[in-house]
Each structure stands twice: as structure tokens, then as C-alpha cells.
Design a protein around this ligand. Structure first.
Ligand code: DGT
Ligand code: MG
Ligand code: MG
Ligand code: MG
Ligand code: MG
Length: 235
């Protein structure tokens, strides 16, 4: 073989498979969105167009990866939870985090015009990503609680609250749930195929097994959400 004398360099690539039987979370976060949000005049502290675009990009990731059982987003970040037993890319950490963030970023740019019809994208945005493993359901729930508490804290933080009170006279308790709770996307048990059958519509290009995606602005810290959706942790 012509290349055999060079083949050995392949062994320098490190194997980075995620530990078996752990929840795999890939979190993406806007790179220097302090600058990006002011360059594009995002409304402070929450811009509904920007949040909508983030959720649109997250949906695109969940359409690509059926093994993502839940995603949670707020501000310039989104976390994607792969089921414990996922075999996607042989659980290779860098492959998972890089394809997730690449799909997310291209989708963010691709759909920009739908959310900002009157504003041209000023420069190409970037997102970072990391893979984190959580061995127990409690660890995973605590992780997601941490992110949602960060959302509430961020919206509540003294200077932002000051702005809200002094400039707009609005109370935190009256803010939309989107701003207070962030967005959780889950898969409904109704699949596209069965919905289409119900509506007597032909199947579209989406895979028959693919479930409907529901974006919710609700509390995921308390047990109500988890008890109402036991299939998520059972995945
Ligand atoms: P990083 O992540 O270390 O590259 O730096 P940043 O600047 O992205 O910092 P980060 O991720 O800790 O904080 C998110 C920034 O994005 C923060 O400056 C506020 C801004 N941002 C996110 N969502 C909105 C929004 O809806 N409206 C406005 N005005 N700003 C937002
Ligand atoms: Mg950061
Ligand atoms: Mg950021
Ligand atoms: Mg952030
Ligand atoms: Mg290749």
C-alpha cells in the first residue's frame, strides 16, 4: 500500500469516546455575544427575535439528532441532552460537540432573515461548544436547574431589574415566561406520521419515527415537569 509508511500518524488521534451509560450534554454558547447583541441592537435584556432564532436553530439540531431527548436554552446558549445509551458517532465527544455547534451556527445564519427581516447580519457569528457527562438523573436535573436558575438570575440581576423598573415600570413577576424561564424543547409522543394520518395528509420528508418538537417556557427545576414527562429520563 502506497500510504502504509504514513499510516501510523492516525494513531496520534486521541480516542475521546464518552463514558457509557452517562447523559451526554452538549452546550453551545454565543462567542462574544456582548458585542453581537449590541451590534444588532438586540432589545435589553431580552430580545424576542433573537431568542426565537436561537430556538429555531436548536430545533434544527434536534431534527438532525433523534437521540437528543431534550434541549434547554436561554440568552445566547442552548444545551442538548443526548440519551444515556446513544450510539451516535460512537459517542465521540469532539465529533458530537463539533457537529452540534456547526449545525446550530449554520442554521442560525440560514434562518436569520425570518427573525430579522429588516436587519442585515452584520458579520458571521460564532458559537463555542463543550461536551459534559452526567452519570445520574439527579446530576442531569441539577445541571438543567443550574442553567434555568441562571436565566432567572440574569433576568432578575440588579442592573437589569433597575432598568426594568426605572425605564419601563414593569415588575419581574409580570415578565413573559420566555424571559423568566427560557425555553425547553421536548419531543411529543405524537409522531409526524401519526399526525399526518390523523389529518389525512400524505407523509412529508420527515422520517416516520421523528416526533413532534414542542418548545415550552416552563419551570424545569421542580418535579412537576419531570413527573409529567417520565419518558424523558427513561430514554
Ligand atoms: P463569551 O460567551 O465568553 O464569548 O462572551 P459573551 O459576551 O457571549 O458572554 P455571555 O455568553 O456570558 O453572555 C451573553 C451576552 O449576550 C451578554 O452580554 C448579553 C448578550 N445577550 C444574550 N441575549 C440577549 C438579548 O436577548 N438581548 C440583549 N440585549 N443581549 C443579549
Ligand atoms: Mg461564556
Ligand atoms: Mg456567550
Ligand atoms: Mg452565554
Ligand atoms: Mg469525512
Amino acid at each position: 500500500m502506497a500510504n502504509s509508511q504514513f499510516d501510523y500518524v492516525k494513531s496520534f488521534e486521541s480516542m475521546d469516546s464518552c463514558l457509557p451509560n452517562c447523559w451526554i450534554v452538549v452546550r453551545i454558547d454565543g462567542n462574544n455575544f456582548h458585542k453581537f447583541s449590541s451590534k444588532h441592537n438586540f432589545k435589553k435584556p431580552n430580545d424576542d427575535r433573537a431568542l426565537g432564532l436561537m430556538t429555531r436553530a436548536a430545533r434544527s439540531v434536534m431534527e438532525l439528532f433523534n437521540d437528543v431527548v431534550l434541549s434547554y436554552g436561554q440568552s445566547d446558549e442552548y444545551s442538548f441532552v443526548f440519551k444515556k445509551g446513544t450510539k451516535t458517532y460512537n459517542r465521540r465527544s469532539s465529533k458530537l460537540s463539533s457537529v452540534v455547534v456547526s449545525q446550530f451556527t449554520s442554521s442560525y445564519v440560514y434562518h436569520w432573515k425570518e427573525y430579522f427581516p429588516d436587519l442585515q447580519l452584520g458579520y458571521p457569528p460564532a458559537f463555542d461548544s463543550r461536551t459534559v457527562l452526567y452519570p445520574s438523573d439527579k446530576n442531569l436535573r441539577d445541571y438543567l436547574s443550574w442553567r434555568q436558575a441562571d436565566c432567572e438570575l440574569g433576568t432578575l440581576s440588579s442592573d437589569k431589574n433597575e432598568i426594568l423598573f426605572s425605564q419601563f415600570g414593569i415588575n419581574y413577576n409580570n415578565l413573559p415566561q420566555l424571559h423568566r424561564k427560557g425555553t425547553v424543547i421536548v419531543r411529543d409522543k405524537v409522531t409526524y406520521a401519526s399526525r399526518n394520518a390523523l389529518r389525512k395528509e400524505p407523509d412529508d420528508k420527515r422520517s416516520k419515527a421523528q416526533s413532534m418538537l414542542l418548545a415550552l417556557n416552563i419551570d424545569i427545576i421542580g418535579k412537576q415537569f419531570w413527573e409529567g414527562n417520565p419518558h424523558i429520563l427513561a430514554a
